[in-house]
Design a binder for this molecule. Structure first.
Ligand code: SF4
Length: 217
């Protein structure tokens, strides 16, 4: 498929998902607080958003700000975030990232990829989430749903799983001001319709434009 055709396909997918899910909300309930989104983004690695939302009710009650987290007792933080898995590393990351926010960024979550990547535990996925959701900057959050579904659609080979390469490809295909919302919508779409194990191709609104869907005709 030519690049122009891929672009057309990507624009159509953006349009159809927008019609299907007019609201494009982040599944993490961070209440508009950038620091909370940073913490929740870190906890969500290899964990469901639903579990992170539950765990964070207690976490943010005990540690309601970056200042509280930076001074928090690490064993208490570990205890609370344990249900999210990888709890020692995640607890250490959110405490150290909170400390760095205060020491290096005046307590404010930075608004550039370069600075965000300096924070312990913050990779491109979380950085893109923050840039898109908090600062309204062009961003592509390459999570497991995005990687799987855009590959199935035919925007790149399905065998490609490298999030950095995929982010670069999608940035060229998806309108910059749509990327962040598209990624939120694709998470819901991935849960409801295009799941990893049992995609519902025959009732899918992208069936006629999807490479995988067409191959099932
Ligand atoms: S047609 Fe099937 S593989 Fe393609 S997006 Fe829809 S559910 Fe996913």
């Amino acid at each position: 498929m030519k690049k122009s055709e891929k672009k057309e396909l990507a624009h159509l997918a953006v349009k159809r998902l927008k019609e299907l899910y007019p609201q494009a909300e982040c599944a993490l309930e961070y209440g508009g607080d950038p620091w909370k989104l940073l913490v929740m983004g870190r906890l969500s690695a290899q964990c469901t958003d639903a579990r992170v939302n539950i765990v964070c009710r207690e976490l943010f009650e005990k540690f309601p700000s970056a200042f509280d987290m930076a001074e928090g007792d690490i064993s208490e933080i570990e205890r609370i975030v344990k249900p999210c898995g990888l709890f020692r590393m995640k607890a250490d990351n959110i405490k150290e990232a909170s400390k760095m926010l205060i020491s290096d960024f005046g307590g404010r979550v930075p608004d550039t990829m370069e600075d965000l990547l300096k924070l312990p535990g913050v990779g491109r996925k979380i950085a893109n989430l923050l840039l898109g959701d908090i600062y309204g900057k062009p961003s592509i959050v390459c999570d497991t749903h995005c990687i799987r579904i855009c590959g199935r659609l035919g925007l790149y080979p399905e065998s490609l799983k490298d999030p950095i390469k995929i982010e670069r490809i999608l940035k060229e295909l998806i309108p910059p001001d749509e990327g962040s919302d598209f990624c939120h919508r694709i998470v819901i779409f991935g849960r409801e319709i295009c799941s990893a194990r049992a995609p519902k191709c025959h009732s899918c609104p992208l069936y006629d434009i999807c490479g995988r869907g067409k191959s099932k005709k």
